[in-house]
Write a protein that binds this ligand. Structure first.
Ligand SMILES: [Zn+2]
Length: 271
């Protein structure tokens, strides 16, 4: 594996062993070095092309040595079609140091400047891309609670939409808003929106994630659980989109879930 393969997995911070790229002689603090480690490739939705594209770096990257075990790498990535660019910055750590024959490296920090050129890849057109994007941005900046706020908004909005579409009451007999968990369980009992991966254990994993999304989990716990929580949310969106019954009900209410019609987070449709 080469360093570019690790950078291309950003923001994944797993440790990987890579081919040596700085040689065996120690390079001092503050020195810059051009490195040839393959091209960095990240997927985005290109705003100019209006399509998903793999943005690529050039063959050489600029590397700043900050210590024996930390380097900083800048790369400008371009859309291969319209040449719009995204600036990326990686702080890369190495457990044993970089000047070994096959160093172990991991992403310590990753950030990107997309200006108005790109957004994260659009995996679906559910109307929730913006919130998913915000959740991911918060996560990339290590803001655990922030990332959960956006996932929670999606979680509640989609449950509310399905409930409204299939005539499950969202308020109590006394006109108060129903407890979210209670509402979700009824929606799921009738329409199976929680993916099997999460609901097989009688809501155990789901409850745990739900607690992180909904409760007052601490920052590190929120960050640790972010990926499974996101998977849960994407799974629910997927289940809803693939449920003919729910889609027919939503369509009959004029709530297309694709194209130019988006569904707001309050559960009302906007054109
Ligand atoms: Zn483009």
């Amino acid at each position: 594996m080469r360093l570019s393969d690790v950078l291309s997995k950003a923001p994944d911070n797993t440790t990987f062993q890579v081919e040596s790229f700085l040689g065996s002689r120690n390079i001092g603090w503050g020195k810059n070095k051009k490195i040839s480690v393959g091209r960095v490739a990240l997927n985005y939705f290109c705003l100019k092309c209006e399509d998903n594209r793999t943005f690529m770096s050039g063959d050489e990257l600029s590397c700043l040595i900050t210590s024996e075990k930390i380097i900083s790498v800048d790369a400008s990535l371009r859309c291969p079609i319209c040449l719009s660019s995204v600036e990326t910055w990686f702080l890369v750590g190495s457990t044993e140091g970089f000047f070994t024959p096959a160093p172990y490296v991991f992403l310590e920090r990753y950030t990107e400047q997309r200006r108005n050129s790109a957004t994260r890849v659009r995996g679906d057109d559910s109307g929730f891309e913006d919130l998913l994007e915000r959740a991911q941005l918060a996560y990339d900046h290590r803001l655990g609670a922030g990332s959960m706020v956006y996932l929670r908004q999606i979680f509640e909005a989609i449950t509310m939409q399905v409930a409204n579409a299939v005539d499950i009451p969202t308020t109590t007999a006394r006109g108060k808003r129903r407890q979210f968990r209670d509402l979700l369980e009824e929606v799921d009992r009738q329409h199976r929106i929680i993916p099997a991966e999460f609901s097989n254990n009688r809501y155990q994993l789901f409850s745990e994630l739900s607690e992180v999304i909904h409760g007052d989990s601490n920052e590190s716990e929120a960050l640790r659980k972010y990926q499974p929580c996101r998977r849960l949310i994407l799974g629910i969106i997927h289940s809803v989109k693939n449920s003919g019954e729910i889609m027919v009900a939503m369509d009959s209410l004029g709530w297309g879930t694709g194209g130019s019609t988006a569904v707001t987070t309050t559960g009302e449709a906007t054109a």
